[in-house]
Write a protein that binds this ligand. Structure first.
Ligand code: NAD
Ligand code: MG
Length: 337
């Protein structure tokens, strides 16, 4: 059984005694920095001069300095620049500014587990990883709740790294929802696996293939969009509330019969075998090396895929339909500088 930690298991005074530098002000960075500030923690945001995020961070009432100054000042550094950037960022900004007693924290184990970063033995290396996007980490905190959070310790120079991670998790709202202790290895490998085979890769590929099948079959793009993308949220909500049984109970018996007879023809034994191969590539570090090589080559695959998906008919259809939906604020990457 996994040990769960809640509000009473954390000592808020530990993080309150720290000088925390949050590096980056993106999805996670803005949520961590603002939640820490609202919890009374002494926090500074480290951003490059000229970063488009400086304005947003200062407008939110945060102290912003360049990453070098932040690293110099802090005794706890939370690294929330993109994973692929962390290796260079650590080398250029952090490595030479670590002293005994400092803590180096992450929200994902990628750089440490795959050894793109190897901190000196005299610093604490920990993880506080909310299991949700930053926008939710902030919103839930403001509303008085929190996002379930993982904590892990990779290096415990002081003997107090777990307690410090729990205290940090408390300050960003994580202990309100529940905190699980894990390892850098398990967090990294399960996180990558989840986003590749189901949450991002699996679902995105299913949506595109199903949309193409319907429209090639002569159905309208609007019909196809509602069927394969819009309705997905309604089904996922049911799964989230009560698992597969509850979802199957809530849909029609016809839908349930189609589910049990056709689902296994979509995700076959071969699909599961491929999942196993994907997991093996993650575990061996092959995926991590491939991704870092892609980044170091200027991210050509990522750039091409971003352009391609913007052109896909499911996206063009969805953009037009979402504009008309008065109950939502439609989002595009351009809205999120
Ligand atoms: P992001 O891309 O949203 O934000 C990155 C921030 O770093 C931005 O403020 C950007 O301006 C800054 N930045 C980019 N390149 C930089 C550079 N070269 N030097 C200095 N600053 C730079 O990133 P994110 O999604 O918040 O991810 C941060 C960490 O949090 C990652 O380790 C990620 O795995 C982890 N994480 C993310 C999520 C999520 O939902 N996005 C969830 C859990 C954990
Ligand atoms: Mg993830």
């Amino acid at each position: 059984m996994t040990t769960m930690y809640y509000e009473a298991d954390a000592d808020p005074s530990l993080i309150a005694r720290r000088r925390v530098a949050v590096m980056g002000f993106g999805s996670q960075g803005h949520a961590h920095a603002l939640n820490l500030k609202d919890s009374g923690v002494d926090v500074i945001v480290g951003l490059r001069d000229g970063s488009p995020r400086v304005q947003a961070a200062s407008d939110a009432g945060l102290k912003v300095v360049n990453p070098e100054t932040a690293a110099e000042w802090a005794d706890l550094i939370m690294v929330l620049v993109p994973d692929q950037v962390q290796k260079g960022f650590y080398h250029d900004v952090i490595a030479q500014r670590l002293s005994v007693g400092d803590a180096l924290f992450f929200a994902h184990g990628f750089s440490i587990h795959f050894e793109f970063i190897s901190p000196p033995g005299y610093v604490d290396v920990g993880m506080v990883a909310p299991k949700g996007p930053g926008h939710l980490v902030r919103r839930q905190y403001v509303e008085g709740s929190g996002v379930p959070t993982l904590v892990a310790v990779n290096q415990d120079a002081s003997g107090g790294t777990l307690a410090l991670a729990l205290s940090y998790a408390h300050a960003i709202g994580g202990t309100r929802a529940g905190v699980i202790e894990t390892t850098f290895k398990d967090e990294t490998e399960t996180d990558l696996f989840g986003e590749q085979v189901i949450l991002c890769g699996g679902v995105d590929s299913l949506i595109q293939a199903a949309f193409e099948t319907l429209t090639e079959g002569g159905y309208t793009t609007e019909m196809a969009y509602f069927e394969v993308l819009h309705e997905l949220k309604l089904i996922v909500d049911l799964l989230w509330e009560g698992g597969i049984e509850w979802m199957r109970h809530s849909v029609s018996d016809t839908a349930e019969y189609g589910d049990i007879t056709r689902g296994p023809r979509i995700v076959t034994a071969e699909t599961k075998a491929e999942m196993g191969r994907i997991l093996a590539e993650i575990q061996s570090g092959e995926f991590a090396r491939e991704w870092m090589a892609e980044y170091e080559a200027g991210s050509p695959k990522l750039t091409a895929a971003r352009a391609a998906i913007a052109e896909h008919p499911v996206e063009a259809t969805g953009r037009a339909l979402r504009e008309m939906m008065t109950f939502m604020v439609a989002k595009t990457p351009k809205d999120d500088v």
